[in-house]
Every structure is written in structure tokens, then in C-alpha cells.
Design a protein around this ligand. Structure first.
Ligand code: ADP
Ligand code: MG
Length: 265
């Protein structure tokens, strides 16, 4: 297969518009404006930009949670409109979304067993015995003990909950993960551990990552390439080291200059 993991062509999303109940025109927000961007296979591509620049909207389109207003994209060489026609599970088999707030992203009324078992049953169609083996493998992969399965999300710390959320994403056997601010809700000491885990999982399972972050230290730690988003548009794309050493766009220059931990003298 030669296709990139994700290929976006002039992808746009507009919110609002039309008229309100009383006929007043509603204002529109162009959250994502004509984005053309590829995620290469095996790559970690960071999407950086300030709050409200459209990062989550772009990510939500890619995992099928939001429909583009115009433009197109393909996941693993398969056009999104085709995936949509194949039903709600087609996206989940190709691409998984890991949310910013790990505790909130896990159903508080379900045990970890239920949380991990449903993608194994629904997306992969595994029989019960195979699910048991696979759940053990997933817990090993994210370095959580076996008794995790019988517990509830609130019993875990933020870092542990994010490991469980990552295991759930891996359970789908998708090759592509979209990680939306995966460590920003965690303590700095825990952030490093989760980033190391993500790096290890990527090599082990041959994954491709689109990582959204506003934290340049996080981006520098894990990404191969960086795309900078500004008011819905990608204004600059560069290899991570080049971007930090020599930012081109005025917004990127300000971003790099305002990150003291990694500022280059
Ligand atoms: P980011 O993730 O970069 O902070 P978002 O994608 O969440 O940015 O938001 C981009 C813009 O789109 C913001 O102006 C936001 O208010 C708007 N937006 C996001 N989701 C919706 C929605 N469902 N309805 C209306 N506006 C939205
Ligand atoms: Mg966001």
C-alpha cells in the first residue's frame, strides 16, 4: 500500500449559518479552512495552535465525529465518504481518538473489562476466549496490572486512566491514533511516562500518530513533523527540529519565542 495514513484535501468545517427560529441570520464560524495535509505511515505528526484554532474540529472530522462542510479526506487509502457508507464501525477500525481528559472519556459505570471488551467484540468480532487473551495483552502493553480489569475508572489516577484509554484505542486494532492533548491533563512527571509509553507502542504496533498539543515541550519530545494551525488554516508545516530552530510564520515565531523551556538562544 502506498497511500498515506491520512490524506486531507481542502478540508473545511463551518459551524452555524442559516437562520434562527425567528428568522435572524446566525453568524458562522469557519473552524477549519481548506486544510490539505498528510499523515505519513509510521510518522508522529503534531498539530499545534492556540485554543480555538480548529485543532479538535479537524481531529473530530478525521475520526468521523463531525462531517466536513467541504473537501475530502482518506484514511489508509479509503475515502471518508465510503467509510461513512460502511456504517459507524468502519471509522473505528481504521482510526481511533484518544481524548484530552482521560477520566471523563471513560464511562464511570463500566469496569475496565467492559470498556476494553466492547471494541474487541463489536469492532473485531472476537469470541470470548480470544477477548480474554487480548485484554491481557493490552494491559501488558500499557503496563497496567491484571486486576485492573475488575476496577472502575474513578479508582485510577489520571496517568493510569490515560493508559486505559490508550488500551481501549489499541483494542480496535486501528493503525492510526489521533491523540487530542494526550498529556495536558496530567502532572508533568506523569506526562513523560505516558509520552514514553506512546513512543514504545508506536514502534511495537507500527502505528501512525496525529498528536494535538499546545505544549511545545511535548511536541518536541515526540513528533517527527509539526503542522501549525492558525485561525482554521495550516500556516506552516516542517520537520520538528527545523520548526523549532527556524520558525517561518510570524505566529510560529511568537509561539516558539513564548515557550521558555525550549527556546533556542
Ligand atoms: P481547538 O481544539 O484548536 O481549541 P476547536 O476545534 O475546538 O479549537 O474550535 C474551533 C472553533 O470552532 C472555535 O471558534 C469554536 O468555538 C468553534 N466550534 C467548535 N465546535 C463547535 C460547534 N459544535 N458549534 C459551533 N462552533 C464550534
Ligand atoms: Mg481542542
Amino acid at each position: 500500500m502506498t497511500a498515506h495514513a491520512i490524506e486531507m484535501r481542502e478540508l473545511s468545517k463551518r459551524f452555524g449559518g442559516g437562520r434562527s427560529l425567528f428568522g435572524k441570520p446566525r453568524h458562522t464560524i469557519d473552524a477549519v479552512k481548506s486544510v490539505s495535509l498528510d499523515l505519513r505511515r509510521g510518522e508522529t505528526l503534531a498539530l499545534v495552535g492556540e485554543s480555538g484554532s480548529g485543532k479538535s474540529t479537524l481531529a473530530r472530522m478525521l475520526v468521523g465525529l463531525e462531517t466536513p462542510t467541504s473537501g475530502s479526506f482518506a484514511i489508509g487509502g479509503r475515502d471518508a465518504s465510503g467509510l461513512r457508507r460502511d456504517g459507524p464501525r468502519a471509522f473505528g477500525k481504521m482510526i481511533q481518538y484518544v481524548f484530552q481528559d482521560p477520566v471523563a472519556s471513560l464511562n464511570p459505570r463500566k469496569t475496565v473489562r467492559d470498556i476494553l471488551e466492547s471494541p474487541l467484540a463489536l469492532l473485531n468480532g472476537y469470541a470470548p476466549s480470544r477477548r480474554r487473551v487480548r485484554m491481557q495483552e493490552l494491559l501488558d502493553a500499557v503496563q497496567m496490572p491484571a486486576d485492573t480489569l475488575e476496577r472502575y475508572p474513578h479508582e485510577f489516577s489520571g496517568g493510569q486512566a490515560q493508559r486505559i484509554a490508550i488500551a481501549r484505542a489499541l483494542a480496535a486494532d486501528a493503525q492510526i491514533l489521533v491523540l487530542d492533548e494526550p498529556v495536558s491533563a496530567l502532572d508533568v512527571s506523569v506526562q513523560a511516562q505516558v509520552l514514553l509509553l506512546l513512543r514504545d507502542l508506536k514502534t511495537r504496533f507500527g502505528l501512525s500518530y496525529l498528536v494535538i498539543s499546545h505544549d511545545l515541550a511535548v511536541i518536541e519530545a515526540i513528533s517527527d513533523r509539526v503542522a501549525v494551525m492558525y485561525f482554521g488554516e495550516i500556516v506552516e508545516t516542517a520537520p520538528a527540529d527545523r520548526l523549532f530552530a527556524d520558525p517561518e510564520h510570524a505566529y510560529t515565531q511568537r509561539l516558539v519565542a513564548s515557550a521558555p523551556r525550549i527556546r533556542r538562544e
